[in-house]
Ligand binder design. Structure first.
Ligand SMILES: Cc1cc2nc3c(=O)[nH]c(=O)nc-3n(C[C@H](O)[C@H](O)[C@H](O)COP(=O)(O)OP(=O)(O)OC[C@H]3O[C@@H](n4cnc5c(N)ncnc54)[C@H](O)[C@@H]3O)c2cc1C
Length: 389
């Protein structure tokens, strides 16, 4: 089977990239190892994706945003970051930015479903599901992709969007700096009796981190980071026990709490690919940059990255140039690294500071938050970053 572009991975990044190519006349295959039914009807996975203004604009351009039901979009007005028992919280307010709110929360499941429905309606896209990639061979002006079930696909450009543990990245011989944080993140929804006023909270407590994300109604998402032994204990709790545990960790700020969804646990591993491109190939989404979720930037970066690659590729296509040329790939690599690396490095610095339980680090993190809160330009810079379009 011959295509202009083969995308591996029908996650949010791969599907949004296929969507970005609509109307271009380019033929596209999207290869996904899961069966078709699993990607057509993605199940709740606990992830509530915080989207920035820039991401909303891209999702509108892709005509995906209007497919999200209004009830599934929760406003994110302000954010508060606290350290342990300290009374000082760093407050990031939408009023410091360029808009009435910092962003929006949309369930990952909703984004995946909307992207799947849009892409599966595109005539030029073929979905090749139920088999992963076994081998990749670059030959002259093209690349051959061998699937585990024996099928073979040929393309002018291969795009890897197959997660932070990307098999295609490895097959392409591209290394990655990977950091296992040694902790796990549990996400679930809970109901509560006190209103959240659409404010997100993040507590960098001692021995654990807890974030509360405001959803529509008296509903929030809890994002709890623990070491594996602590996580095992929490996982063994009944729903009632877990609700009581969360209520205590959040110091009663949401009143009475009860569980409202299944729980989902993720290992925390950050990944930054050594290159985002190879001969006739590009990496996007988590395959290029797999962020620690603490700063909620993974998919936001993935959306921007796929848009950058699509722009470079479509410009070449319009000019009758080779869509898989070194020039196209180098442009994407340069632009995406320049945008992604500062965010990745800043996130790593935050994690380093807040995972360190030594007295000096505790003092430093408390002092940093107090100072940051007293320096309006710092708060405004974060708010402006989140609200820029
Ligand atoms: C708890 C949690 C909370 C998060 N919150 C936020 C947030 O608030 N804001 C934000 O921006 N980001 C957030 N993220 C990050 C965001 O979820 C990811 O960045 C995003 O899902 C990455 O999309 P992707 O398409 O690159 O990869 P994935 O979602 O991992 O999808 C990869 C796809 O490739 C398929 N695949 C894998 N291997 C193969 C193969 N060999 N062959 C074929 N197919 C393959 C998989 O089945 C999958 O469908 C969060 C992540 C977690 C874990």
């Amino acid at each position: 089977m011959k295509f202009d572009v083969v995308v591996v991975g029908a996650g949010p990044a791969g599907l949004c990239f296929a969507r970005s190519l609509r109307g271009s006349g380019l033929s596209v295959a999207v290869v996904e190892k899961q069966p078709l039914a699993a990607i057509a009807d993605p199940q709740f996975d606990g992830r509530e994706i915080a989207l920035t203004h820039a991401s909303r604009r891209i999702l509108e351009q892709l005509e995906l945003w209007p497919a999200f039901a209004a009830a599934e979009i929760s406003d994110l007005r302000d954010a508060r970051i606290s350290d342990g028992d300290s009374r000082h919280a760093l407050q990031i307010s939408a009023a410091d930015g360029r808009s009435g709110q910092l962003g929006w929360l949309v369930p990952n499941q909703v984004i995946r479903r909307a992207a799947f429905q849009a892409v599966s309606a595109q005539d030029e896209v073929e979905l090749v599901t139920g088999s992963g990639v076994q081998a990749v061979v670059t030959q002259g002006n093209g690349v051959a992709v061998q699937l585990e079930d024996g099928r073979q696909l040929q393309a002018r450009l291969l795009v890897a969007a197959d997660s932070r543990f990307s098999q295609v990245r490895r097959l392409l011989g591209v290394g990655a700096r990977s950091r296992d944080h040694g902790t796990q993140m549990m996400v679930c929804r809970f109901r509560h009796t006190r209103p959240h006023d659409h404010v997100a909270w993040e507590w960098f407590d001692y021995g654990h981190t807890l974030a509360l994300l405001p959803l529509n109604g008296e509903l929030s998402s809890a994002v709890l980071t623990l070491n594996p032994a602590q996580m095992q204990r929490v996982q063994a709790m009944t729903d009632v026990e877990l609700a009581a545990d969360l209520q205590q960790r959040m110091r009663g700020c949401r009143g009475e709490v009860s569980l409202a969804s299944s729980r989902h646990v993720y290992p925390l591993v950050s990944v930054y690919a050594e290159r985002f491109v190879a001969d006739r190939a590009a990496l996007i989404g988590d395959a290029a940059v797999g962020m620690h979720p603490v700063t909620a930037h993974g998919f936001n970066l993935g959306l921007q990255g796929q848009a950058r690659l699509a722009r470079a590729l479509l410009a070449a296509h319009r000019n009758g140039a080779d869509i898989g040329s070194q020039a196209v790939l180098a442009r994407y690599q340069r632009q995406h690294h320049a945008a992604a690396f500062p965010v990745y490095a800043a996130t790593r610095a935050v994690i380093g500071l807040y995972n360190d339980e030594r007295p000096m680090a505790r003092w430093l993190r408390g002092t940093t938050l107090r100072l940051a809160n007293r320096v309006p330009p710092f708060r405004r810079a974060i708010a402006a970053h989140l609200t820029q379009v």
